[in-house]
Design a protein around this ligand. Structure first.
Ligand code: NI
Length: 291
């Protein structure tokens, strides 16, 4: 829970975790929790006997299949900005091609209901919600770290998303190639995070990266990224991680006078000269990108 009275930015709150169908509690209203969750794939058929369940779609799309007492099924398709209430006692199964939702329900309500049908899939957590941590502070953590490192770069909060390189380039008005993607890989043998800073116009060649790392690497999962860096994919900054992270910077970034990097959330960025970025990250400059 936020420890100060103040606004909760739902975009920042969603960016603070990556788990699917694992609700975070972002506020309370009387005996009710306000919860947010990322959604992707099929949930499980379940029923809340004693409470209605409120859904508001914050991002993407969210579908709710409903079963009437006669066993007939129908699916309500919800787009961003649409809300829907599942009446108490109604069997329902959420699903989503990718989205985020806000729920409003009595404290202690289980995400898989009073009863559910069949096995709970691995990507669905049966929970009464977790408290969200560090709401809205990810970008200030990065700003503090920049100051500590002696960098003059200022963190800028953008009104639009900077989650992808294309989004970020549009938001700041630069070329996609000037966006620094902070990509996290996992070294397969050592099980350590490997951060690669690469131009938004390029992608990382994993075989080339494996050569410089000295062992096989794989793309990290959202959970691994959050646990090891303290940030969710889309907002991972080049500095200020939860643990020291070995960092590589692809040489193509040095082609630009200035580049833009993420600052902890999918709407915060900072502008920096590539040489200064190398200095503050202690990155090894390597050639691991392909256009
Ligand atoms: Ni439910």
């Amino acid at each position: 829970m936020p420890d100060k009275m103040g606004p909760v930015n739902l975009g920042d709150a969603l960016a603070s975790f990556a788990d699917i169908y694992s609700p975070r509690i972002v506020g309370r209203v009387n005996d009710y929790d306000v919860r947010i969750a990322h959604a992707k794939g099929e949930h499980v058929w379940h029923v809340h006997e004693h409470t209605d369940e409120f859904f508001l779609v914050l991002e993407g799309r969210f579908d709710v299949s409903l079963r009437d007492p006669g066993g007939r099924e129908r699916t309500v398709v919800l787009q961003k900005g649409e809300m829907f209430v599942v009446p108490k006692g109604t069997e329902h199964k959420p699903s989503s091609p990718g989205g985020a939702i806000l729920m409003f329900e009595p404290r202690g309500t289980s995400s898989t209901g009073d009863r559910h049908e069949g096995e709970i899939p691995d990507h669905v957590e049966s929970t009464t919600g977790h408290y969200a941590e560090g709401l809205g502070r990810s970008s200030s953590r990065v700003a503090e770290e920049l100051r500590r490192l002696g960098a003059t770069a200022e963190v800028r909060e953008m009104p639009e998303s900077t989650r992808t390189a294309t989004d970020a380039a549009a938001a700041v008005g630069c070329a996609v190639a000037q966006i620094v993607k902070s990509l996290v890989f996992r070294s397969v043998v050592s099980d350590e995070p490997v951060l690669v800073l690469v131009s938004g116009a390029d992608r990382v060649d994993e075989a080339l990266l494996a050569q410089v790392v000295g062992e096989a690497v794989e793309q990290a999962t959202g959970k691994f990224v959050r646990e090891r860096t303290g940030y969710a994919i889309g907002g991972v900054p080049p500095v200020g991680h939860a643990q020291p992270v070995v960092t590589y910077l692809d040489e193509h970034l040095l082609d630009h006078a200035l580049v833009w990097a993420a600052a902890g959330t999918p709407r915060a960025v900072f502008c920096i000269a590539p040489a200064e970025l190398v200095r503050i990250t202690s990155a090894r400059v390597v050639a691991v990108a392909r256009a």
